[in-house]
Design a binder for this molecule. Structure first.
Ligand SMILES: Nc1ncnc2c1ncn2[C@@H]1O[C@H](COP(=O)(O)OP(=O)(O)OP(=O)(O)O)[C@@H](O)[C@H]1O
Ligand SMILES: [Mg+2]
Length: 221
């Protein structure tokens, strides 16, 4: 990871030069998807499994032929979660604008012009509208997030809008420790970080695991 200056926000994923290099077979799959008209590749997996890291590495490797669109951009705003009484389970399926995400995926499949996607600012813990441009000539959109294979409510429409899905999986103990470390890096006290990982994050991990069988391939980055 690159050195951050005093007070600088930590990066959400390791800097490009510090990212794990994706497996050659995975890269070949991604390159094949990027060889023709617009395709959407989805990376699903539990919190902390490494989706964002792997997706960023794949997109880096493909250069101008791929853009990364995170499901996390559809987090409801903190103020909305507080109004709804859902702030204590931020990250659960009903704390996202799932219908908005589905609408964006449809637009990414059909629209002739540039489509703007929202990002998620992990330091602010807020979505940021209009942060990611997806120009029409980019063949591959890599979409990543927890609930791409979730089949409840509006989420159920997501899988059919993806051309291929990978389920990202690591040993659970490793995943939990990485997630605790990431929460701490973004400002949570160690005890609070562990309580969040073993509480809300773990409930979400179980929901995500139910979608594993629907993935085209299970990957262990
Ligand atoms: N292959 C790897 N080797 C070492 N550390 C990794 C690896 N992949 C991811 N990490 C680290 O593990 C943590 C979780 O990874 P990442 O943020 O990519 O997971 P995620 O699946 O996107 O999680 P979330 O669902 O919470 O967004 C990060 O701190 C990341 O730097
Ligand atoms: Mg992520």
């Amino acid at each position: 990871m690159s050195a951050a200056g005093p007070g600088a926000a930590p990066a959400a994923t390791p800097a490009a030069e510090a990212r794990p290099v994706p497996d050659a077979a995975l890269l070949a799959r991604a390159r094949a998807l990027a060889a023709g008209p617009r395709r959407l590749l989805g990376l699903a997996g539990a919190p902390g499994a490494g989706k964002s890291t792997l997706a960023a590495a794949v997109v880096d490797a493909l250069g101008e032929r791929a853009v990364l669109v995170p499901m996390d951009g559809f987090h409801l705003a903190q103020a909305a979660l507080e109004r709804l009484g859902r702030a204590d389970r931020k990250g659960a399926p009903d704390t996202f604008d799932a219908a908005g995400f589905v609408a964006l995926l449809r637009r990414l499949r059909t629209e002739a012009g540039t489509v703007w996607a929202p990002a998620f600012d992990r330091a602010l813990e807020e979505p940021v509208a209009g942060a990611i441009a997806v120009p029409p000539g980019v063949p591959l959109v890599v979409v990543e997030g927890n609930y791409l294979l979730h089949d409840d409510g509006d989420w159920g429409a997501v899988a059919d809008l993806l051309d291929e899905t990978w389920f990202v999986e690591v040993d659970d103990a490793v995943r939990v420790e990485r997630l605790v470390a990431r929460h701490v890096a973004f400002g949570k006290a160690p005890d609070a970080a562990r309580a969040w990982v073993l509480g809300p994050d773990e409930r979400n991990a179980r929901l995500v695991a139910a979608g594993r069988a629907r993935a085209d391939v299970v990957v262990h980055p």
